[in-house]
Write a new protein. Structure first.
Length: 555
């Protein structure tokens, strides 16, 4: 009973005979039930490569748990493929799935009184959802990221799913044939693993390794690399050590650790979705964090990693360069790492940074003396269009100011169709509203639209703003998470075609050039649209969800 802190209530004593009988029916023995029960949660599903290998990894985690004296119990949760659902009504399910992932992992662990937990994540929302569950449960546990897909090869160059989305726009603009597009789609995703650039999956995997809830050195091992199974086995052993030492998520998920994670996102030019997800994790961990903290930390953090969607390299290249540990060492050398923050290895992040082994001559992660930019990849813009804030990724951008007429659309599909028809012109500001957490509901990503804009050659001359969000593969002057959202009467609801929008990055401003009285008068006349869903999970989410500026949390 020494380590069966919780599960002894489930399995011990004459009154628990019915529970033991049920467990024996699926193969557990008396010896198994005398050991600590360790949940092994994953999100295997047959609709995407990101999580397709999770059952294999789970077997290795379970072997590690058994070798270290525990009894693993495997279970799975759901996931939604952003890449498959993108540009459709189905994409509204994606962010909502983050809450369902967290809820379901939490419920199984609570319902069966697990003593410890390993979560295996893959696609975008399963990663923060897994960590949110760990924060809620606060039992010894860690998160293992399933790893990135390897790059595909097309016409002699490495490609990712980003290239396919942008090729759709190029094909519509006559710059690529349908035959070439079909060849590209068949080559871009060669096997299991999450999207290969520093898109949302790899951004969050980087952040959580830097935060310490994933073991240093685990995240960037590619999904199909034989070493990934070794890492999974080690995670199974490690969770038993966490149980023995009673190291729990509240020891790991601290304010300094979350600041380290934000710095890692900034230094690697990571996805804007990190703002939503880290706010949500902080909320679950009881750590005070605001959207403004992202701008403060990003402003003092140099951009060091030359990664797609705007750079040259992918996650596999980060692995070959030495992994996230090299980023940690750079932040330590710059005095930007809270080095005393504890990690699940039992070592501090400072100790992990000092132990990092950098591959000589690597060019993926730049030295401090030669950053890609003196400032990180994220900025928070406020103004009369976004009183609560909005998020812009500036990694790889030189343009600091845009002023142009609004082209207003009340859903993503209408905006996409306008781009495909050639109706969007240089200097336009495409506005997509009623796509926020409540209005969508579910805050769809806009990669179909942003990819089409890039593919049509409009990326340098067109801006876009939305109360929805963006894929980590998005690049260009794209402002998301505009809050308050249109569905609750945010200023974006008052915009009309032709209104002049100003995006001013140095001043951190997002404004419309109309008098305050006119803006107020328009909002006074505004009436909310009827909800798009009145029953089911979508309606429930719309009733419960908070503003994007607070992480779009439901609790």
């Amino acid at each position: 009973m020494e380590l069966k802190h919780r599960s002894h209530v489930l399995t011990e004593g004459p009154s628990r005979a019915p529970a033991r009988a049920m467990l024996k029916a699926v193969g557990f023995t008396d010896e198994d039930l005398a050991r600590p029960l360790v949940g092994v949660a994953h999100c295997w599903i047959e609709v995407m490569p990101c999580n397709y290998h999770h059952r294999r990894l789970a077997e290795k985690v379970k072997e590690g748990v058994r070798a270290a004296g525990g009894t693993p119990i495997e279970y799975n949760t759901i996931s939604i493929s952003d890449g498959v659902a993108m540009g459709t009504e189905g994409m509204k399910a994606s962010l909502i799935s983050r809450e369902v992932v967290a809820d379901s992992i939490e419920l199984v662990a609570r319902g069966h009184l697990f003593d410890a937990l390993v979560t295996i994540s893959g696609c975008d929302k399963t990663i923060p959802g897994s960590v949110m569950a760990l924060a809620r449960l606060d039992i010894p546990g860690l998160m293992l990221y399933g790893g990135s897909i390897l790059p595909g090869e097309f016409q002699g160059r490495d490609v990712t799913i980003q290239d396919v989305f942008e090729a759709v726009g190029a094909c519509a603009a006559g710059q690529m044939t349908e035959s070439e597009l079909r060849q590209l789609e068949s080559a871009a995703c060669p096997g299991a693993g999450a999207c290969g650039g520093q898109f949302t999956a790899n951004t969050m995997a980087t952040a959580f390794e830097m935060m310490g809830i994933s073991p240093m050195g685990s995240a960037m091992v590619p999904a199909t690399d034989p070493r990934k199974e070794e890492v999974a086995f080690q995670c199974g052993q490690l969770v038993m050590e966490l149980l023995r030492r009673d190291i729990r998520p509240h020891h790991i998920l601290t304010r300094p650790a979350i600041e380290n994670a934000i710095a890692a996102v900034a230094a690697t030019g990571g996805s804007t979705n990190a703002v939503l997800h880290l706010l949500a994790v902080a909320h679950e961990a009881g750590v005070e964090l605001s959207i403004d903290d992202f701008d403060t930390i990003s402003a003092r953090t140099p951009l060091l990693a030359d990664l797609k969607p705007w750079g040259r390299y992918v996650a596999h290249d980060v692995y070959r360069a030495g992994g996230v540990g090299v980023v940690a060492r750079r932040l330590l050398e710059a005095g930007l790492l809270s080095e005393e923050a504890l990690t699940v290895t039992g070592r501090t992040i400072g100790e992990e940074a000092r132990a990092a082994e950098e591959t000589p001559g690597q060019t993926v992660i730049r030295p401090l003396s030669d950053p890609l930019s003196p400032n990180g990849g994220l900025v928070i813009l406020k103004g009369n269009l976004a009183p609560e804030g909005s998020v812009l990724k500036i990694a790889g951008k030189r343009k600091q100011y845009h002023r142009g007429p609004a082209r207003v659309f009340d859903c993503e599909e209408d905006a996409f169709a306008a781009v495909q028809r050639g109706d969007v012109k240089p200097e336009d500001v495409v506005v997509i509203r009623y796509e926020g957490p409540k209005g969508g509901p579910g805050m769809r990503e806009m990669l179909a639209v942003t990819g089409a804009i890039q593919g049509a050659g409009l990326g340098p001359s067109v801006a876009l703003l939305t109360d929805g969000r963006f894929s980590g593969a998005t690049h260009g002057l794209m402002v998301g998470h505009v809050a308050p959202e249109a569905a609750v009467g945010g200023p974006i609801a008052a915009l009309r075609d032709g209104d002049i929008i100003v995006i001013d990055i140095p001043q951190r401003r997002l404004d419309v050039e109309i008098p305050d009285e006119e803006l107020k008068a328009r909002l006074d006349r505004w009436t909310p649209p009827p909800p798009r869903y009145t029953t089911g999970v979508m309606a429930k989410y719309a009733r419960l969800v908070s503003s994007a500026s607070r992480g779009a949390v439901t609790g």
